[in-house]
Design a protein around this ligand. Structure first.
Ligand code: B12
Ligand code: SF4
Length: 453
């Protein structure tokens, strides 16, 4: 599942941590398991370097493998520490397994202190931003203050992994040498299903000069020609973004790029400037075509903004990738219908329509945690969010069927112009009739889940 869904970018958190430690003269090596079929490269690296500490980056999706690496390192006698969104959300799970410590927030200073502490044979208890286990209890150090300036971070340690392997996969697949760049940390918004354990609602932005330095280094050292800005929301501060666009144009960096943005920030005049600077694709969190659901999710966006952004992207010839979500608590059949209507109206070039995943640590998860289901199918089949992971009012089959209706709509929009309109309308109408005459009556009478805001 990981291999299918990971877009090929190395973990920037790990590469920044490694560069930070190296700049402080702490010996560090990175074992990158992106291309590995199993954990053998970890065993080989442990044999080669006999490390004092092994640190593992974790996401909810990768917990099994993270725990396996922890057990392996622990058995080899290393001090083990986990960090990243999943470990920070539920440190006790990791501490009950083979991990000695868990980083609860931003990791650079915490890991530096831990490395020095373990190196000196001292007790790690009390390190800010770190949780350890003592006598069966989880003991948390004081909160870790954020780094005062992201400009102090060194460039990611690209040289510590086989970056060329990532780039050549992209090159073969798309013709571009693509790499991820992060210009900020955190996000001030508060969507009810979003997991933000490490940076919370804080927001810090690197200076334009620091970002340009990183872009130039990627272009000059690795011949990168396409950049994915991985910020939670790219360009939150408009004046900063305008400065960056001017620099990218003025210095003729020659990079094309894509980013993830919110519809409320995608103003038509800004998009024109972004396109001139090389913007080719925007990932847009549209999520729902029902204003009631957007409000329920605490998304903070309006349907009118979605429509304006979609029109402006189309007008500028910028590809749009829509994220849509079905199955969020409170959603009714009418809401799904509204989302489909919006989707049909704009026919985005690319999209993902997934069944909402309750990620630990979110309000959504808290609301449904007592009725989580283990799917009948193995989790590995939950590709693209096709499994309902909690007992909702509607059955999973309803969401699967709805997903099929979106897929049909996307396919029909692709052949528009090639088939006569009555044929297209006929197919679409038949699917709608099946839905209204068969599916809806079966589900009639079911009430939606209470909303989670
Ligand atoms: C870029 C990105 C991607 C990219 C690239 C991923 C990559 N290779 O890095 C792509 C698009 C591929 C992607 C895919 C997915 N992603 Co993503 N992604 C992000 C995003 C926006 C930025 C990641 C990043 O670089 N952060 C910046 C770095 C600096 O932060 P960091 O990694 O957390 O690291 C810091 C600390 O956590 C800590 N730390 C981290 N690791 C360690 C280890 C040790 C030992 C220590 C001490 C400290 C430490 O120190 C670091 C530096 O301060 C985050 C949101 C976010 N803001 O983090 C979501 C996020 C990580 N993704 C998420 C999800 C759900 C996914 C997918 C499952 C989506 C999907 N359905 O397919 C997949 C999973 C892929 C996979 N197998 O990992 C969730 C994870 C939630 C969770 N609890 O697991 C996040 C948090 C988004 C969200 N708000 O919900 N993602
Ligand atoms: S979903 Fe996006 S905009 Fe909403 S809180 Fe998370 S990162 Fe911010």
């Amino acid at each position: 599942m990981e291999r299918r869904f990971v877009e090929l970018y190395p973990s920037l958190g790990i590469l920044t941590l490694a560069a930070y430690l190296r700049a402080r003269r702490i010996e560090v090596a990175v074992v990158d398991l992106t291309f590995a079929r199993d954990t053998r490269p970890v065993s080989a690296a442990i044999r080669k370097f006999a490390p004092d500490i092994v640190g593992v980056h974790t996401k909810t999706l990768t917990i099994e493998r993270a725990l396996a690496v922890g057990r392996l390192a622990h058995a080899a006698g290393a001090y083990t520490v986990a960090g990243g969104p999943d470990a920070a959300t539920r440190p006790e799970t990791y501490l009950a397994s083979a991990f000695d410590a868990v980083a609860l927030a931003e990791g650079e200073e915490t890991l530096t202190e831990l490395a020095r502490c373990v190196g000196a044979g001292a007790d790690a208890r009390g390190i800010a931003g770190l949780a350890v286990r003592r006598a069966g209890r989880v003991v948390r150090g004081p909160p870790r203050p954020f780094l005062p300036s992201l400009d102090d971070l060194p460039l990611p340690a690209w040289d510590m992994i086989d970056l060329e392997r990532y780039l050549s996969v992209w090159q073969k697949g798309t013709g571009d040498r693509r790499m991820a760049v992060l210009t900020s940390r955190g996000c001030p918004f508060d969507c009810a299903w979003c997991s933000k354990p490490t940076f919370g609602r804080s927001f810090r932005q690197q200076s334009v000069g620091r970002v340009v330095e990183e872009l130039r280094a990627l272009r000059d050292r690795y011949h990168v020609d396409y950049v994915r800005f991985c910020d939670d929301v790219f360009g939150i501060q408009r004046s900063w973004l305008e400065d960056l666009l001017d620099r990218m144009l003025g210095e003729e960096l020659g990079l094309r790029f894509e980013c993830l943005a919110r519809v409320d920030l995608l103003k038509p005049d800004l998009l024109a400037r972004m396109r001139r600077a090389g913007l080719e694709r925007v990932y847009v969190g549209v999520e729902s075509g029902s204003q009631r659901m957007l409000d329920t999710m605490n998304r903070g966006t309006k349907l009118s903004q979605v429509e304006r952004a979609a029109e402006a992207l189309r007008a500028e010839g910028i590809r749009q990738f829509w994220f849509l979500m079905l199955g969020y608590p409170g959603e009714t059949m009418d809401d799904i219908e509204a989302t489909l209507k919006l989707f049909r109206k704009f026919s985005p070039e690319e999209y993902s329509v997934s069944i909402a995943v309750p990620v630990p640590g979110t309000r959504f998860y808290e609301a449904v945690k007592d009725r989580l289901t283990r799917s009948r199918r193995p989790l590995a089949k939950n590709g693209g969010g096709r499994t309902l992971l909690y007992e909702a009012v509607y059955p999973e089959s309803l969401y699967r069927w709805s997903q099929a209706r979106f897929e049909l709509a996307a396919s029909l929009s692709k052949v528009r112009g090639k088939l006569p309109p009555p044929v297209l309308d006929g197919i679409s109408g038949a699917a709608d009739a099946l839905h209204h005459r068969v599916v809806t009556p079966i589900l009639l009478g079911r009430k939606a889940d209470p909303p989670v805001t």
